[in-house]
Design a protein around this ligand. Structure first.
Ligand SMILES: [Zn+2]
Length: 59
C-alpha cells in the first residue's frame, strides 16, 4: 500500500458513469502512478483485460 498521490487523483477523476474500458484504463494508470490501495480481484481482472485489449489493438 503506497501513499496517496493527491495530484494524480486531482488530475484523474473517475467519471461517475465510467465504462468498463474507462475503469480499466483508470486502474491501469493508477497502479503505475499512485497505487494508494490494493486492487480487488475484480479490478485486477479488469486491468488485465484492458491491457490485453490495448496490446491486441496495436497488432
Ligand atoms: Zn491512488
Amino acid at each position: 500500500m503506497g501513499t496517496i498521490n493527491r495530484q494524480w487523483h486531482a488530475d484523474h477523476r473517475m467519471p461517475a458513469k465510467a465504462t468498463e474500458d474507462q475503469r480499466g484504463a483508470w486502474h491501469s494508470e493508477h497502479i503505475e502512478a499512485c497505487g494508494c490501495r490494493e486492487l480487488s480481484a475484480r479490478e485486477q481482472d479488469l486491468v488485465v483485460r484492458w491491457r490485453d485489449a490495448q496490446r491486441a489493438a496495436k497488432d
